[in-house]
Ligand binder design. Structure first.
Ligand SMILES: CC(=O)N[C@H]1[C@@H](OP(=O)(O)OP(=O)(O)OC[C@H]2O[C@@H](n3ccc(=O)[nH]c3=O)[C@H](O)[C@@H]2O)O[C@H](CO)[C@H](O)[C@@H]1O
Ligand SMILES: [Mn+2]
Length: 284
């Protein structure tokens, strides 16, 4: 493996935080050498599962997500796409590159969009212990209304990782839309919270994703028994999990961009971007 020697007296980025106070790397463009990482993960023959849910009208998003993933996601590595859907026929049968597989998982779905988004935690948990654990090393869990526009590879992989929401990376705790009702299982006190993490992208080793999704699902069920729902649903419970079980790697907002937030200087590449959607159209 040939590459330039790392220089201890040179900071890869001086404009952003690249290491959290609990010593987890924050992945920004320019902070890593992809050749080194690819070589290490190839030696481990890493297998990556990507989960996505397309229930009811969200089927319109799947083709773009898969097509762009074939170009930009984990190129050269083994990939399993796990598509959870209520309509197997609607999933396009794309021809995939070598070492990449499409697995369509038939589920029944829920009526309310809030339940569809929250119940992803329960389903990912259950499939993690019954299936994913036997087939892949890492899971990457994504929203459907996304498209890859640039490289997303093994630099994201770690025991458990989260992505900093593009709307809040410069904000104070008061601005974070954490759940603030102390009787909710998603509650985060006003003087706690590190970052605001997006619900659209998280992952890690299958065992860790099992723990994360189990926590979030149980928290949601606790609230449901009290007839409440956290402010931003699964995203709120995810933020609660990450507060007390800190992610071992964080991805910068490059990994969950939304053009609504323009083009700030610190964001050099927009890797995974939201596809604009008409809420009235897709959510019934
Ligand atoms: C960018 C971001 O932070 N996204 C989060 C945010 O809103 P979003 O507005 O991005 O949520 P969304 O409408 O994309 O729903 C989340 C996901 O659930 C699935 N789905 C939803 C409805 C439906 O009828 N069919 C279906 O398949 C689909 O995979 C979708 O991408 O808040 C949600 C909870 O409120 C989730 O935490 C999302 O991850
Ligand atoms: Mn979304």
């Amino acid at each position: 493996m040939l590459y330039g020697k790392p220089n201890l007296l040179f900071a890869s980025r001086s404009d952003v935080m690249v290491l959290t106070p609990w010593l987890a790397p924050i992945i920004w463009n320019g902070t890593y050498n992809l050749d080194i990482l690819n070589a290490l993960f190839h030696l481990r023959r890493v297998r990556v599962g990507l989960t996505v849910f397309v229930i009811r009208k969200y089927k319109v998003f799947i083709k773009t997500l898969l097509q762009t993933a074939e170009t930009f996601f984990m190129v050269g590595h083994k990939v399993h796409y796990y598509i959870f859907t209520d309509d197997v026929q609607a999933i396009p049968n794309l021809s995939l590159k070598e070492g990449r597989h499409l697995v369509v998982l038939n589920i029944s779905g829920y009526k309310r969009w809030q339940d569809i988004t929250m119940r992803r935690m329960q389903l990912i948990r259950d499939y993690s212990s019954q299936k994913f654990i036997n087939e892949v090393d890492y899971l990457v869990c994504l929203d459907a209304d996304l498209k890859f526009m640039d490289h997303v590879g093994v630099e994201i992989l770690s025991n458990v990782f989260g992505v900093i929401h593009p709307g809040f990376f410069g904000e104070s705790r008061q601005v974070f839309t954490h759940e603030r009702r102390n009787y909710s299982a998603g509650y985060i006190p006003e003087d706690e919270g590190d970052f605001y993490y997006t619900g659209c992208f998280f992952g890690g080793r299958v065992e860790e994703v099992y723990k994360l999704t189990n926590f979030c699902h149980n928290a949601m069920m606790e609230d449901k028994a009290k007839n409440i729902e956290a402010l931003w649903h699964d995203e709120s419970y995810l933020n609660k999990y990450f507060l007390y079980h800190k992610p071992t790697k964080l991805l910068s907002p490059e990994y969950a961009w939304n053009d609504y937030y323009g083009s700030p200087n610190v964001v050099k590449r927009k890797r995974l971007v939201h596809v604009p959607k008409d809420y009235a159209q897709v959510r019934d």
